[in-house]
Design a protein around this ligand. Structure first.
Ligand SMILES: NC(=O)c1ccc[n+]([C@@H]2O[C@H](COP(=O)([O-])OP(=O)(O)OC[C@H]3O[C@@H](n4cnc5c(N)ncnc54)[C@H](O)[C@@H]3O)[C@@H](O)[C@H]2O)c1
Length: 257
């Protein structure tokens, strides 16, 4: 699998998955634009990629809920690397909102989570579609979640809703952009212990609770960030050229569509 001279824009590039996706793509020769609202983590993530000596990394401070910020990010990618070949819509999460009962969910919490996860995916896809159509080539991978399939035992309703809508968005945009040589797919991970979640998993769950959770995972292990990166890179590769509109479940067998 080679991504030599391809340019990949990774939103949420300073976070757990974003770091892993960036290293994996740059390790295969891609130049990566790491777009994140957190200036400190995105700088550090880009530095770590550049230290590896593969593809180059450009950090960009970007708020995916702002159309101007997203447009500026795509322009930065085009001006530095000359193309936007790959877009990974990864910025998101439940953003620390509480998992309230449905009759207690605030509009502010609803709007925040929908804006970052769903509107951000829309704005970034819209901004990348122009250059990709012009080039007649593109690969877009959106981050959904097992909670979109199975409901959110651990996550709030607005997160589950955004991740479910991303599956429909993926299917629709794949049909629209297919004739332009652009493949659009999604990955739906189960629980993955990124550095941020690992502490919560160890602190908030007893050993017994952790073992009980794993009993529901047919493969008997939680997926790693690298497992998710492997799926993302496959969907961006030539080996997946006939696959579009798919949401690939990567969860050890807890749910399969
Ligand atoms: N880790 C898991 O178990 C898991 C499971 C299923 C899906 N996912 C999804 O994968 C993606 C990455 O998750 P993660 O675990 O790496 O989370 P993370 O919190 O480590 O990373 C998310 C990144 O998004 C950035 N971000 C937040 N708001 C932003 C905004 N408005 N504009 C730009 N960037 C913004 C954050 O600064 C952070 O760096 C998310 O969409 C998440 O919902 C994660």
């Amino acid at each position: 699998m080679s991504f030599k001279d391809k340019c990949a824009v990774i939103t949420g590039g300073g976070g757990g998955f974003g770091n892993t996706f960036a290293r994996a793509l740059a390790g295969q020769g891609a130049n990566v634009v790491l777009a994140d609202v957190n200036a400190d983590t995105v700088e550090a993530a880009a530095q770590a990629v550049n230290d590896l000596g593969g593809g180059k990394a450009l950090p960009v401070v970007c708020d995916v809920t702002s159309a101007d910020s997203v447009e500026a990010t795509m322009e930065a990618a085009l001006s530095r690397f000359g193309s936007v070949d790959i877009l990974i819509n990864n910025a998101g999460g439940s953003l620390n909102v509480p998992k309230d009962a449905i009759d207690q969910v605030s509009e502010a919490d609803w709007d925040l989570v929908i804006a970052v996860n769903l509107k951000g995916t829309f704005l970034c896809t819209r901004a990348a579609a122009g250059p990709m159509k012009k080039a007649g080539y593109g690969r877009i991978v959106n981050l959904s979640s097992i909670t979109a399939r199975a409901g959110g035992q651990l996550t709030p309703v607005q997160y589950v809703s955004a991740k479910g809508a991303i599956i429909s968005f993926t299917r629709h945009v794949a049909q629209e952009l297919g004739p332009h040589g652009i493949n659009v797919n999604a990955v739906a991970p189960g629980l993955v212990l990124t550095p941020r979640l690992e502490g919560m998993w160890m602190e908030r769950k007893t050993e017994q609770e952790r073992q009980d959770y794993l009993k529901n995972v047919p493969l008997g292990r939680l997926s790693s960030p690298q497992d998710i990166a492997d799926a993302v890179l496959f969907l961006c590769s030539d080996q997946a050229k006939s696959i579009t509109g798919l949401t690939l479940d990567v969860n050890g067998g807890m749910y399969s569509a």
